[in-house]
Write a new protein. Structure first.
Length: 221
């Protein structure tokens, strides 16, 4: 189980025939959070002619909403929603603000401008994968530490934390689908002497071979 979303909130601005377009995007976890973001942008840009938005929420992209906010029907919200869909991302809300410059863009021009605003915001935010993962703690004797470290380095399992007491406690975040394979490998290299403790599985951010908890992802990126 995995899906893609954005790394963090971002903003991108450009000018088209004297109109200023400002695209802002944010990672959200619920429709209420998406609405709060939209309202925040609308209050921030009260003097703007339009604050067009679109958002997609849910692992299966079940919630999809958009608004043209006064622009001709189909020229803002739908093109922005299509950008999110083509980027294959979810749990995101994007708002493109337009300060009218006095020159009409036409329906085609508006659609291209709002698409561009959303696309630039996505590019600036960056895309990251979210996967189902689990925190696995391994308890071993000191003489087995080198073997376990070698295994993790060889198979790209990142050791998050090591605690040294009378024994060694090692924490590894791994994809849920790799859990049994990892445990089997550890059992083999330790001759069955390792003890395991598993936390409840949840969604983690994945960058290259490492998983990150949602509480620290922003500081990482």
């Amino acid at each position: 189980m995995s899906y893609f979303t954005i790394k963090d909130e971002s903003i991108a601005e450009f000018k088209e025939k004297k109109s200023i377009f400002i695209g802002q995007i944010k990672r959200v976890e619920s429709e209420d959070e998406a609405k709060e973001f939209v309202n925040y942008i609308k209050n921030k840009h009260k003097q703007a002619r339009h604050n067009v938005y679109a958002y997609i929420i849910g692992e299966n992209k079940d919630i999809q909403r958009y608004s043209d906010d006064g622009e001709p029907k189909g020229t803002g919200g739908i093109p922005m929603l299509e950008v999110l869909k083509k980027s294959n991302i979810t749990d995101v809300a994007v708002v493109v603000t337009r300060y009218f410059g006095g020159i009409l863009l036409g329906t085609g021009g508006l659609a291209r401008a709002y698409s561009k605003g959303a696309s630039l915001a996505v590019q600036e935010a960056g895309v990251v994968e979210k996967v189902k993962g689990i925190s696995l703690t391994i308890l071993i004797e000191y003489d087995l530490l080198g073997k376990l470290q070698h295994l993790c380095a060889k198979d790209n399992f990142h050791i998050e934390h090591t605690e040294y007491t009378d024994k060694v406690y090692i924490e590894i975040l791994c994809k849920f689908c790799n859990l049994e394979k990892l445990k089997s490998q550890i059992t083999e290299v330790t001759s069955g002497k390792a003890l395991f403790h598993e936390e409840k599985a949840k969604m983690y951010f994945k960058l290259e071979h490492r998983l990150y908890d949602s509480e620290i992802i922003n500081s990482v990126f």
